[in-house]
Design a protein around this ligand. Structure first.
Ligand SMILES: Cc1cc2nc3c(=O)[nH]c(=O)nc-3n(C[C@H](O)[C@H](O)[C@H](O)COP(=O)(O)O)c2cc1C
Ligand code: SF4
Length: 397
């Protein structure tokens, strides 16, 4: 089943294995895909990934990531490069989906050169500067930004778009009662919290023929935030609004070790790549890093480390009819097969395993039983300063 050809929302795919959205840090200064990014996707496609979801692409100027070299799609300047990218991937027989995102509170005003925006001004511990609470006109402008980004994606030849509705970004903050403290028609009830996403789906459907997918954090670990029961109700509403596929993830960037789990925090990478630690004077680092390493084993990490969204995906699948994609700690070939054969999800997606082994699908087909990635999470910290890369073999777990 895993390796059989099939379709997902009208798109033909070689198999049921998807590369989950991964910020590659390989856009140019304007946010256009570079040759290096296109080559990376061609390698994945050549090695038989069924579908590649791009790294998150900003739909608005004020929705850009603080991480360098994010993809951007808020104007027409990159259309030709995006076209090159889709043609290159299609020529190798894979499908390619553009992930559309607005970073909301999960960026800094310094990084975007203007005040950041959010449904409500809730403190973000990594990016503590104040977010401007969006007014109604600004909310409609963001809906328009998502829809126009999808129009550009269709022109460029993408097979679908995926809304980034998880991990603490703007749409997640609207959906979740933690990030959304509004008392107007955009907040409060679940119906109101879903309004922006429903309108985005509707607008994209009106302006394009593209399937619209969404990635959500079915559980976000925040006080009063997303839990599986409310996520099921949200998914039912989004399906009704026209959403064509749902990818089930969890967590937020603030508790990043939940979204991408690991036995322990890679402290040396935190001190090298994450602000403010990365800017500590060398002398302070000399004291602070050993101290952090000392307490590291005492820090409790989310469990389980593998297949951690499968149960939630299965619950959502029971309540909707659109295809369900599950991501998060999927490393074992036997688990991938089990997820599909027991009907817990329709597709499996992976991020870190493909950073480590872009040729993983081919290897699995040739008899490898498990992805090589050791969940050290160095790649997740490297991206705060540099292009994404794997440190397998260079670090100990
Ligand atoms: C380096 C890196 C970059 C990521 N970039 C994105 C992104 O752009 N969009 C997104 O939805 N998730 C992103 N994620 C999260 C992954 O897609 C995925 O949900 C998470 O890593 C769990 O899957 P895994 O266990 O297969 O790695 C990223 C994760 C990593 C490690
Ligand atoms: S750095 Fe490599 S081995 Fe470590 S989590 Fe990332 S992909 Fe896996």
């Amino acid at each position: 089943m895993l390796f059989n050809e099939t379709t997902i929302s009208r798109i033909s795919v070689k198999n049921r294995i998807i590369r989950s959205a991964t910020h590659d840090g390989l856009a140019d200064e304007q946010g256009a895909p570079t040759e290096a990014l296109i080559n990376k996707y061609v390698q994945l496609a050549k090695n038989e990934v069924g579908c590649i979801i791009t790294g998150y692409a900003a739909v608005s100027r004020n929705g850009v990531s603080p991480y360098p070299r994010m993809l951007r799609i808020y104007d027409d300047s990159a259309t030709e490069k995006y076209m090159e990218l889709t043609q290159a991937v299609h020529s190798q027989g894979a499908a390619v989906v553009l992930q559309l995102a607005h970073c909301g509170r999960q960026t800094s005003s310094k990084a975007i050169g203007m005040q950041k925006v959010a449904p409500s001004n809730v403190l973000h511990t990594f990016y503590p500067d104040k977010a401007k609470e969006l007014d109604e006109d600004e909310i409609y402008a963001i809906i328009d930004d998502f829809a126009e980004a999808a129009v550009r994606a269709e022109k460029a030849g993408f097979d679908a778009v995926q809304l980034h509705g998880g991990h603490g970004y703007l749409l997640h903050d609207f959906l979740s009662a933690f990030g959304n403290r509004r008392t107007d028609k955009w907040g409060g009830s679940l119906q109101n919290r879903c309004r922006i996403v429903e309108l985005i789906i509707k607008e994209i459907k009106e302006r394009t023929n593209l399937p619209v997918w969404i990635k959500i954090s079915a559980e976000d670990n925040r006080k009063g935030g997303m839990r599986i029961d409310s996520s099921v109700e949200i998914c039912k509403r989004l399906e009704k609004a026209g959403c064509d596929a749902i990818e089930v993830s969890c967590g937020t960037v603030q508790d990043g070790m939940n979204t991408m789990r690991s036995k322990r925090m890679p402290m040396d990478a935190v001190f090298k790549y994450r602000e403010p630690c990365a800017s500590f004077p060398a002398l302070l680092n000399k004291i602070a890093l050993p101290a952090a390493n000392l307490i590291n084993p005492l820090l409790k990490q989310p469990q389980p480390l593998e297949n951690f969204n499968v149960e939630n995906a299965a619950t959502i699948k029971k309540n909707v009819s659109v295809p369900i994609i599950v991501v998060g700690g999927i490393f074992e070939l036997s688990e991938m097969e089990k997820i599909l054969s027991t009907g817990q999800a329709d597709f499996v997606s992976m991020c870190r395993p493909f950073i480590c082994e872009p040729n993983l699908v081919k290897k699995l087909k040739d008899g490898q039983k498990r992805a090589k990635c050791i969940m050290c999470n160095y790649c997740g910290l490297v991206i705060e300063k540099e292009p994404t890369r794997c440190l397998y073999g260079k670090v100990k777990m």
